[in-house]
Design a protein around this ligand. Structure first.
Ligand SMILES: [Zn+2]
Length: 83
């Protein structure tokens, strides 16, 4: 079970509210792309890197939570054997 579940990613324009659902693997394709509605840059390199950092933090947190869950299961298993 993931501690933090990611909702689907959306690319949106800060200028005119245009938006599109995307797979997060497609996100890098939107770096420095222009909005089809108004020509505003959709995703700067900086914003892309910040987004990647956020996704990494979510994955990292989930891995820690999985590890903690696993430890609890082992503890239960051990106590059953003792009992
Ligand atoms: Zn726009």
């Amino acid at each position: 079970m993931e501690a933090i579940t990611r909702l689907s990613s959306v690319v949106c324009c800060d200028n005119c509210n245009w938006q599109q659902d995307i797979d997060e693997r497609e996100l890098k394709d939107f770096v420095n792309k222009l909005c089809p509605e108004c020509g505003f840059i959709l995703l700067t390199e900086q914003a892309y890197l910040e987004n990647n950092l956020l996704l990494s933090l979510i994955d990292f947190t989930n891995k820690i939570m999985e590890t903690i869950d696993g430890t609890e299961e082992e503890d239960i298993e051990v106590s059953v054997k003792i009992g």
